[in-house]
Design a protein around this ligand. Structure first.
Ligand SMILES: *Cc1c(COP(=O)(O)O)cnc(C)c1O
Length: 345
């Protein structure tokens, strides 16, 4: 078994997931009669405190579906700099929804409400309409945004009659870190996208929630985007286990991330970004002269450990269901050996 620190998307479905998938009662979800998908959607509504929910193939799909269902062609959407919608969705908003994307400054997910307000468009005929605001929590930078800040953004959005979408791919990591019910976070936005296939270990799928009218629109747009799945209950069955059984263990990933950070700091050449250690992600730098990126990746790989290369000069190690304290100790010992060998070479 690999020790895989590349992401929490690498998590394998649990034994219970495989069992319920094999035995799932299914129908045709495009006709709306897959009982397992319907059960998952109702469960998601209850947990997130929203009227309606729709099962989608991925987190990217859920975000793009939300953008398409909230906006008109030619609208401008406001997204925080560094967020997933802007950085990691292939420019989908332009291609799929024909909207213009403009980013507002955001300090590790935290929104300066006054700066955001200034970016909302007025009535001048030269301006595009501000059709949507998007925020992210937990944030891709490894931080969690306090509820108070989210509420400020929501109040502003409501006062301007602009819908607010929350990319909550890791919303359960956020609720775990903040120590609040996930409903309280979801209550700070009109729609929320939630990943089942990250730390929660489902093999496939995300959930988009919102009010009835919005999800009805999203149902038609999901079909347009080619995301109308048929016997999707096979996948939804794992999603139900994800929501009912896997949320409460996320705190373990967070604790392990802190342990990993402590141990990485044993290396003098390592700097951990402690201000971004709210969830299951550890961001750090390693002095390139002490150990090069290619040497580190290759050296870990031979010992059965997978990591990603640096992004913007930083490594990101992500703890997840498949990574134990013992595994972390092995990672540290392996890095120690690589560094010793490297300096002798
Ligand atoms: C992973 C992620 C997504 C997209 O999920 P995929 O299922 O990989 O498409 C969206 N937003 C954030 C913040 C994410 O971390």
């Amino acid at each position: 078994m690999w020790i895989d620190l590349r992401s929490d998307t690498v998590t394998q479905p649990t034994e219970e997931m495989r069992q319920v998938m094999a035995n799932a009662e299914v129908g045709d979800d495009v006709y709306g009669d897959d009982p397992t998908v319907n059960r998952l959607e109702i469960l998601a509504c209850k947990m997130l405190g929203k009227e309606s929910a729709i099962f989608v193939p991925s987190g990217t799909f859920g975000n793009q579906l939300a953008i398409m269902s909230h906006t008109q062609r030619g609208d401008e959407i406001l997204v925080g700099e560094g967020c997933h919608i802007l950085m990691h969705e292939v420019g989908g908003a332009a291609v799929l929804s024909s909207v213009q994307t403009r980013s507002f400054p955001s300090d590790l997910g935290y929104v300066d409400i006054h700066q955001l307000e200034k970016m909302i468009r007025g009535k001048d005929i030269h301006f595009p309409n501000t059709g949507l605001i998007c925020i992210e929590n937990a944030h891709s930078s490894g931080t969690v945004v306090p509820l108070k800040n989210m509420l400020e953004v929501y109040e502003l959005a409501k006062s301007k009659h602009i819908p607010l979408h929350l990319d909550g791919a890791r919303i359960f990591n956020a609720s775990t870190a903040l120590g609040v019910d996930v409903k309280e976070i979801a209550a700070c936005a009109d729609s929320v996208n939630v990943c089942l296939s990250k730390g929660l270990c489902a093999p496939v799928g995300s959930i988009l929630v919102g009010n009835k009218e919005f999800i009805l629109k999203a149902r038609k747009n999901r079909k347009l985007m080619g995301g109308g799945l048929r016997q999707a209950g096979i996948l939804a069955a794992a999603g139900i286990v994800a929501l009912t059984k896997m949320v409460s263990r996320l705190g373990e990933d967070h604790k392990n991330a802190r342990y990993l950070a402590d141990r990485l700091e044993e290396f003098e050449s390592c700097h951990v970004h402690r201000n971004r250690l709210d969830i299951n992600m550890v961001f750090f730098t390693l002095t390139e002269s002490v150990i090069s990126e290619s040497t580190l990746i290759a050296g870990l790989n031979t010992e059965g450990i997978r990591i990603n290369g640096q992004e913007d000069g930083e490594y990101r190690f992500v703890t997840n269901h498949g990574v134990s304290i013992k595994d972390i100790d092995k990672v540290i010992e392996t890095i120690k050996n690589i560094i010793v060998n490297y300096s002798c070479a």
